[in-house]
Design a protein around this ligand. Structure first.
Ligand code: ZN
Length: 177
C-alpha cells in the first residue's frame, strides 16, 4: 500500500474547500486505507484528503495511534453540527512540519458524517477527539489551525510561517531568458 505524498503549507490546495464525495466512488476504500497508512507513518491523529493532494471531502482520524481498531473514524462529507465551550491548547498539523502553537477550539463538538458503507452517523466528543474533529473538518473547508491561534501564539509563529512561504517560493534561476 503506497504512502501518499504530504502537502505542506503554503500549498494552495490547503486553502481550497474540498469537493463533495460521491459515496459510490469505487476508489474510496483504497484511498481511505492509504490515508490511514500515511497518517500512522507521519505519527498524526488525523488526516484530511486535501493534505495528500486529493480534492475530496474526506478525512480519517485515530486518536489511539493505531492501538484501538474501534478508534478509527472515516469522515465522508462531514458537517460540524455544534461546538461548545472553549479551550486553548497546543496544536500541530502534518502540513506544518515542526510547528506547534496554541489554538482556540471548542471544548466539545458534534459532527455528522458518512462512513465507508455510505451510512450517516454522528460522533460527539470532548478532549483530543473533539480537537481532531474540528481540525480535520476545518481542513476540508480550506481552513487551517493557524487561523485559530491566540494573538500571542500567532505573533510567535509569524516568522516561521513567512520562512515556510519563502522556502516554497519558486527559486529564481540564474539564467536570464
Ligand atoms: Zn492539519
Amino acid at each position: 500500500m503506497p504512502l501518499l505524498p504530504m502537502r505542506h503549507y503554503p500549498d494552495p490546495i490547503l486553502r481550497q474547500k474540498a469537493k463533495t464525495v460521491d459515496l459510490k466512488d469505487p476508489r474510496l476504500p483504497g484511498i481511505v486505507r492509504d490515508m490511514f497508512e500515511t497518517m500512522y507513518h507521519e505519527s498524526g491523529v488525523g488526516l484530511a484528503a486535501n493534505q495528500v493532494g486529493l480534492d475530496l471531502n474526506l478525512a480519517v482520524i485515530d486518536c489511539s495511534g493505531g492501538d484501538d481498531h474501534n478508534a478509527k473514524l472515516v469522515l465522508i462529507n462531514p458537517v460540524v453540527l455544534e461546538t461548545g465551550g472553549t479551550v486553548e491548547e497546543d496544536e500541530g498539523c502534518l502540513s506544518f512540519p515542526g510547528l506547534r502553537a496554541i489554538a482556540r477550539r471548542g471544548e466539545r463538538c458534534r459532527v455528522r458524517a458518512f462512513d465507508l458503507e455510505g451510512h450517516a452517523y454522528e460522533v460527539e466528543a470532548g478532549g483530543l477527539l473533539a480537537k481532531a474533529l474540528q481540525h480535520e473538518t476545518d481542513h476540508l473547508q480550506g481552513k487551517l489551525f493557524i487561523d485559530h491561534l491566540t494573538l500571542a501564539s500567532r505573533a510567535a509563529v509569524e516568522g516561521k510561517l513567512k520562512q515556510m512561504k519563502k522556502d516554497a517560493a519558486p527559486k529564481k534561476s540564474g539564467v536570464r531568458a
